[in-house]
Ligand binder design. Sequence first.
Ligand code: AGP
Length: 605
Amino acid sequence: MCGIIGIASNKPVSINIINSLKKLEYRGYDSAGLATLTNKNINEKKCIGRVEELEKILFKTPREGNIGIGHVRWATHGVPNIVNAHPHSTDQVSVVHNGIIENSDELKKELENKGLKFKSQTDTEVITLLISEALKEHDPLNSVFKTLKKLKGSFALGILFKNFSDIIIGARRGSPLAVGYSKDENYLGSDSYALKSMTNKISYLDDGDVCVISKDEVKFYDVSLKKINKKTHILSEDENIADKGEYKNFMSKEIFEQPITAKNCVNEYIDSLKKDINIYNFPIEPTNINKIVLIGCGTAYHSCLVAKYWLEELTTIDIEIDIASEFRYRKLKFNQKNLYIFLSQSGETADTAAALDICKKNKVKTCSIVNVVESTIARNSDWVLPIHAGPEIGVASTKAFIGQLLVLFILSLKLAKIRGDINKNVYEDNIKNLIKIPEAIEESLKSENNIQLVAKEFLNAKGSMFLGRGSSFPIALEGALKLKELSYLHAEGYPAGEMKHGPLALIEEGLPVIVIAPKDKYFEKTLSNMQEVIARGGKIIFITDNKKMIANDNIRFGLRVPFLNNILSPILLTAPLQLLAYHVALLKNCDIDKPRNLAKSVTVE
Ligand code: AGP
């Protein structure tokens, strides 16, 4: 989860490198750095923290060099300090890296035994020294290939050479890397988002590929050093991708965009006149599907959990779900009649991509539900269902979660209809309700003023609990995750029925407990679990779609969301929890779009 940029041009590159690094900061922001080549010297500049610090350093020095590389870091090996910031350079070569080299300690020892000295604690510096050593006997391309053969683990690399000042070499294994084309200059970047402001012509490296870019030419090689060609994609135009408009941060923009993005998503899949769903070309004929396995991480995993309830409710298909980082190491029994569905906003999450690779190696059918259709996971799936949420910049996922839920519900409904598991009335009734979702989300966002009052209850809290049953349980997990990652407060999401099996011990006077209780078959049971909490002093925040609020002196706050039908309630119960986490984080002066220790796209294990 670091960001890489490289530019080979006929004019100075450092300003464009800085601007591209700013677009890559969502991938990591512990430190930043760049290196340019002038008069055959490698000029390296680095800073701790944000790219704007690097910009300040640059303004104090001449911004020369028509070729350069840049990096924003999310620390994996070595604390975030100047020495560990990328690029890592010798007098011959400068390297930026995203990924984890798993045998770096062993390689470092070999190099130290040869008398070489290390300045940093990073695995990247091993790559720098290996290439430097190889350059004593080989040209740049062969030096890189020789080095890559020694590396175990994942990397996306950008490499600059002191004595070959017209080229940058890029290499990819397990971490995304793209090339961009323009007149008199060409680019290397971690993803298309970093390159979009300079070009819309992009190629993507696949694992094992190496590229050599200069200002006039780009060459590609496969893992056996054979020259290859790569497809050029023309990127779609995403309007207002870069600015927050009138919002003070991306997260608030993305929360309040949800009615629009939900409408875009529904319009993409629903034919409101025919009351039908436009999903066809299933990779497996729906009536032949034996099992569906849903896989994701974090918020994307929570959408898998919600979909499990929906698919079990609407179809007779056997459903399994797993967290990608667990799935990829299990002893799995694959079946050609299983459909493996991968949920990922970025489409670049390393664990999810690795889980997908295992399925591909076992020749089973795969589908990805993503927000970035040019992403690695999308390009490697048999079938892609985009969520149409538009770029999501805030690290805490909001509109993408709603998009994932909508596509998962729409898919569940279509599968159930084709298989004959539901009748026409149920099908059409749910389509009618889906069309009302955007307006209902708009309505649920109106509770913001009340939520700002609720947020104050968390300021001095030791932690909090989020409780729900059935499809509200994954929403409890999602609400807890939002609060954790935005406000750094301890928060647990739990099945309400589980409290008596231990977690009730956490309840003490004044602890805020969010009870998510839609008017469904679990409602009464959830009320009794709430009583167990009240009896021990818990402070209840009650969220429901029930027409009347529960009258109880011990409910500190009651929040109501609109009701469409029981099965769609998870989608409408989510917005208040996003707003709650947002306002607690605001009160605590946390960084809303870039919470500490996190990154938007987790492209390392
Ligand atoms: C969500 O708010 C978190 N930022 C994180 O859990 C995220 O959902 C997870 O890393 C998966 O990301 P993806 O959807 O891009 O694969």
